[in-house]
Design a protein around this ligand. Structure first.
Ligand SMILES: [Zn+2]
Ligand SMILES: [Zn+2]
Length: 328
């Protein structure tokens, strides 16, 4: 055990997607995780500046009023960063890849597609799409050639992370992670919290400015820091506020961003819609499903040097012994 374990690798070390793993595979980020630093600065810099300004004003003006504002700003900032971290660092709902294409499911699959994908191991061909029933409505699911699986309904392949992801919403460059089944509630909380923080800093910067002299332009020249904060928050709130409103609309109608763009012009019935209250309840009060991956598990022996999609794996597929394909 001891000598072999030195050579054996864990699943996150041989993971074929482009994710970045930290703390021994406990934290899962997207490939563009470094963009979180920019997002952190864009939230943290104005928030800290505001807090310092309020701390100074506690001594200069109404102590209790500015102290309460300071405490509120600190709580909102901490919450915002917590939600950002929870959104970015968790498995968003990655579907583990198959090493080989699944066996044909000709009996149950009602297939209307005339397109086929060839399975590279045998010469069997699999239909490119398959129809499945969701709440009485037929939904087409596609075969992912990279992951060698039929994507479950609502799943999509993220081209940035190179994984199929459950209930894929979009890949967010600001948090450097897919927004999907397992982090969507945190993402919505992050957006809402950012919008609140923006409005909070905007309103109380303005009140603090006007509280001094009463004339806006004189105060603006006098307290340039609060002036810049007002302007910064005014611009930012349109962006984060707009996104929050858009996502609340998506929650009300139980759609993902992906579905909204794809089916926008279709008059198709949405099989996931359950009424506004139930849609909200499903998102915020249902338990987040467990991850389908245990990135810290030991990778199977052959996976150490045979990576899915690599040239080596193609050789194994061609000349190896894919015995489980013939088992049912
Ligand atoms: Zn895929
Ligand atoms: Zn992604």
């Amino acid at each position: 055990m001891s000598s072999q374990n030195h050579e054996r690798k864990r699943i996150y070390q041989v993971w074929p997607g482009k994710n970045r793993f930290y703390f021994g595979g406990r934290l899962v980020f997207g490939p563009d995780a470094s963009s979180i630093l920019l997002t952190t600065c864009m939230i943290g810099a104005p928030a800290i500046t505001f807090c310092i300004r309020m701390a100074i004003l506690i001594r200069q003006r109404h102590p209790l009023f500015h102290l309460l504002i300071l405490i509120g700003a600190i709580i909102l900032t901490i919450l915002d960063f917590t939600f950002l971290f929870l959104t970015s660092s968790r498995d968003p709902g990655i579907i583990p890849r198959n090493k080989e294409a699944p066996l044909e499911e000709t009996s149950e699959a009602v297939t209307k597609s005339l397109e086929w994908v060839s399975d590279k191991v045998g010469n069997a061909k699999l239909p490119k799409t398959k129809d499945v029933m969701v709440n009485g409505i037929t939904v087409k699911v596609k075969f992912c050639e990279t992951c060698q699986l039929y994507r479950p309904p609502r799943a999509s392949h993220c081209s940035i992370c190179n994984n199929c992801v459950q209930r894929f919403d979009h890949h967010c460059p600001w948090v450097g992670q897919c927004i999907a089944l397992r982090n969507y509630p945190y993402f919505v909380c992050f957006l809402s919290c950012s919008t609140l923080l923006c409005m909070y800093v905007f309103v109380f910067s303005w009140i603090s400015m006007l509280g001094v002299h009463g004339q806006f332009f004189i105060v603006l020249a006098d307290d340039a820091i609060l002036g810049v904060l007002v302007l910064y928050c005014f611009v930012s709130v349109w962006f984060v506020g707009g996104l929050s409103v858009f996502h609340f609309y998506l929650i009300c109608t139980n759609q993902t961003t992906c579905e909204n763009f794809r089916y926008h012009y279709d008059k198709k019935e949405n099989p996931y819609r359950k009424g506004v209250l139930k849609n909200f309840k499903e998102l915020f009060f249902a338990k987040i499903p467990p991850s389908l991956n245990n990135f810290r598990d030991w990778a199977p022996e052959e996976e150490d040097d045979v990576e899915v999609g690599s040239v080596a794996s193609e050789v194994v597929r061609a000349f190896g012994t894919p015995k489980h394909r013939n088992e049912q």
